[in-house]
Design a binder for this molecule. Structure first.
Ligand code: CA
Length: 233
């Protein structure tokens, strides 16, 4: 589970990051509202913990903005404002839960678990799998046996492309187009680097290289076919 913490009090950021990491969450922090929107908009987070009073853009405006983008990431408001009116405003803006500062760590962790469970139910059935890897695109997570491996957004896009084209070669040009876009300044060499990251993170030998052409995912030694629908999807 990957969390985004949007909070401007440095000490609280440090304490919460420590607490959450110790409890198995991956945590990124944004210390103002504008950075919070940018990071939330990447869509890679499972839950957002959001402070209400923030520099540049307050928590309520941030929440309205990400909801208007169509982002449905669960949001837990963490705030010193505790009047019923404040709570109603927070929930109406699109928050999924509300916790008043100061709070007990155990209560925060329990509420996060509840949000994870709810999110888990919403996302069931969206995984794709091949070569012993079960990939969840919305969570950017791969399950390999008992292990759950978290990927960055680019790694996720690359793996999804490989899984959906299982056994077929994907050319470097196609990877470039699908992940970085036609007009990107990204060098082809970056693709090699991301393939290297994926192999290392997933500890697999099933991502094969066709020198000078591209890559494919396959467990056995069968000769792959070049994907014929190179630019159609
Ligand atoms: Ca604050």
């Amino acid at each position: 589970m990957k969390l985004l913490l949007v909070e401007d009090e440095e000490r609280l950021v440090e304490a919460l990051t420590y607490l959450l990491k110790k409890n198995g969450y991956l945590v990124d922090a944004a210390q103002d509202g504008e950075t919070g929107v940018e990071m939330a908009a990447t869509g890679v987070y499972d839950i957002i913990i959001l402070d209400r009073m923030l520099p540049y853009l307050d928590g309520i405006s941030l929440l309205r903005e990400i909801r208007s983008m169509g982002l449905d990431t669960p949001v837990l408001f963490l705030t010193a404002k505790d009047s019923p009116k404040d709570k109603v405003e927070g929930l109406d803006a699109g928050a999924d839960d509300y916790l008043v500062k100061p709070f007990f760590n155990d209560e925060l962790l329990a509420r996060l678990r509840a949000l994870c469970r709810r999110k888990g139910k919403d996302l069931q059935g969206d995984t794709v799998d091949a070569a012993g890897l079960v990939f969840d695109p919305l969570r950017c997570e791969v399950t390999k046996g008992d292990e759950v491996i978290h990927l960055t957004l680019k790694e996720s896009l690359l793996l999804e492309l490989l899984i959906r084209n299982y056994g077929r070669v994907i050319t470097k040009e196609r990877i470039m187009e699908k992940i970085w876009g036609y007009n990107s300044d990204t060098e082809m060499a970056n693709i090699n680097l991301y393939i290297h990251y994926l192999r290392k993170k997933l500890k697999v030998s099933s991502i094969k290289t066709v020198r000078g052409v591209g890559y494919f995912l396959q467990e056995d030694k069968n000769v792959p076919t070049i994907a014929s629908t190179a630019y159609s999807s």
